[in-house]
Design a protein around this ligand. Structure first.
Ligand code: S3P
Length: 171
């Protein structure tokens, strides 16, 4: 394995960050943290409730605070971010400061939207297709700042994507 690399997975909602992270952690036999789940555990509230009741700016503050907690208190090697985490400069600085390699799971809007529509996960920022598409278009240039880009084709399983990332980045 190449050193003790730590990676952060980014990409739009519905691209499969959490599933790929789950497979990666079992392939590499190392721990992973899902930032959304971590926030929900520490805040004892679900993200849709935080977003709708407190608003997005308050949610983003919590997200940054929890990101910093994960980075400063754990040595976790696989971190799956929320779809908006990487879009904030202060979060990118933190991730870079802690030396994580960032991986963008890149896919088409239609693929992400198909997954969002069939998922049971509530996503207040992607309530309808138009809102989701606007966010998707707006974020592409920022996701692009990640160190690695992996094009996700719908026919690939999450396991196959994780295997490819493990082979290219870790072995
Ligand atoms: C968000 C994505 C969600 C979650 C929150 C905000 C976003 O995570 O963090 O609803 O801004 O794209 P997923 O990308 O895991 O759905």
């Amino acid at each position: 394995m190449k050193g003790e690399k730590r990676i952060a997975l980014t990409g739009f909602m519905g691209v499969g960050k959490s599933s790929v992270a789950r497979h990666l952690s079992s392939i590499l036999r190392c721990e992973r943290v899902d930032l959304d789940a971590f926030i929900e555990r520490t805040e004892r509230r679900v993200i849709p409730e935080i977003l709708t009741r407190d608003g997005e700016p308050a949610y983003r503050d919590l997200e940054t605070r929890n990101l910093e907690i994960v980075l400063s208190t754990t040595n976790v090697r696989i971190l799956s971010l929320g779809g908006g985490t990487w879009t904030l400069e202060r979060n990118r600085e933190l991730i870079n400061r802690y030396g994580l390699v960032t991986v963008w799971l890149e896919s088409t809007f239609e693929h992400c939207w198909a997954n969002i529509s069939k998922s049971r996960k509530e996503r207040p920022l992607a309530k309808n297709k138009e809102a989701a598409r606007a966010l998707f278009d707006q974020r592409q240039a920022i996701y692009c700042l990640a160190d690695w880009h992996f094009i996700i084709r719908p026919e690939f399983t999450s396991y196959e994507i994780a295997r490819q990332i493990a082979d290219e980045i870790f072995f």
